[in-house]
Design a protein around this ligand. Structure first.
Ligand SMILES: Nc1nc2c(c(=O)[nH]1)N=C([C@H](O)[C@@H](O)CO)CN2
Length: 117
């Protein structure tokens, strides 16, 4: 299956399991690969047939704005459900990196794949 992707998207949200994290907003880095058949959009040169990555980005911003989770796992699961439902995405891979947690690690976070190709 073809994919539409968004890499290195930064969002601010309330996220964290510790008390000191419940009163601040932190940055998460998102990489998404979204399964989508691009043929209909390409044949008609028609945005209405495309998975509009601008609209997906806006939906992610809205989701992050409202989210109040402790774990990046929960953020990932709920965001995947939201995007698949709202846009009819059949499959996605989502990687979430939480910067600044461990200075000895280059990156840490979670990666999930949901749906079927
Ligand atoms: N697997 C996870 N481990 C940890 C998480 C998490 O969301 N998933 N969160 C924390 C803390 O919130 C940490 O990020 C604070 O710096 C610790 N481990």
């Amino acid at each position: 299956m073809d994919t539409v992707f968004i890499e290195g998207l930064e969002v601010e949200t309330l996220i964290g399991a510790y008390d000191w994290e419940r009163g601040i907003r932190q940055c998460l880095h998102l990489d998404l690969h979204l399964g989508w058949d691009i043929h209909p959009a390409a044949e008609g040169d028609d945005l209405n047939q495309a998975l509009d990555y601008a609209r997906v980005g806006q939906a992610i911003e809205r989701f992050a704005e409202a989210a109040r989770f402790e774990l990046v796992e929960t953020f990932a699961e709920r965001l995947a459900e939201t995007l698949m439902q709202e846009f009819g995405i059949p499959w996605l891979r989502l990687r979430i990196t939480k910067p600044g947690v461990n200075p000895r690690a280059r990156r840490l976070g979670v990666e999930i794949e949901r749906g079927s190709r």
